[in-house]
Design a protein. Sequence first.
Length: 218
Amino acid sequence: MIREFGTGEVIYIVLAIRWTIALSLIAFLGGALGGLTVALARVSTNNSARLAATGFIRLFQGTPLLMQLFIVYFGLNIVGLPTSAWLAAAIALTLHASAFLGEIWRGCIQAVPSGQTEAADALAYSYITRMKDVILPQAARIAAAPTTGFLVQLIKSTSLASIIGFTELTRAGQIISNATFKPFVVISLVAVLYFILCWPLSLAAKRLESRFDRAVAR
């Protein structure tokens, strides 16, 4: 039965934003923890930790996110761990974010002038103290803009979770489009809502980058 595209359908699509935001936040926060671990492993003096972190990054950067979603969703069920589309999407996107944030932050840590590390060593700082009090605060300033930029990409990437049945913004648009047979109107509305979510973050990333460039120029 064909339904009319009206206020109820618009509200349904708009409310689906909350699931897109929730999934993005979970993946970003989980990815931040995982990414920091990966970044620290990448710059550590432990060869095993470096190799493990490098392999993790190459695996998740070298394979499509869609495939990762399929493997987590169907793989967990195959090994006897029934999982929901929500949980599978959260796990896959968290692993995906961990790999990309880990590599972004690794570059930011290594961008801190080597003289800072040498000064910390001269003061006999331990590895943890050197990272916590000297290196990471400076790396955080460098990382602010690319991290915000990655968050924009992560929000858009949540649309792929619709392929395993998770009802976020894109999936809600597909449902309404199939019911009303007005794909152009529905998908245009979905695109506008993604733009509203991502545009302020894109502006923030540009401003942070400009602020860092000015600070470096001084």
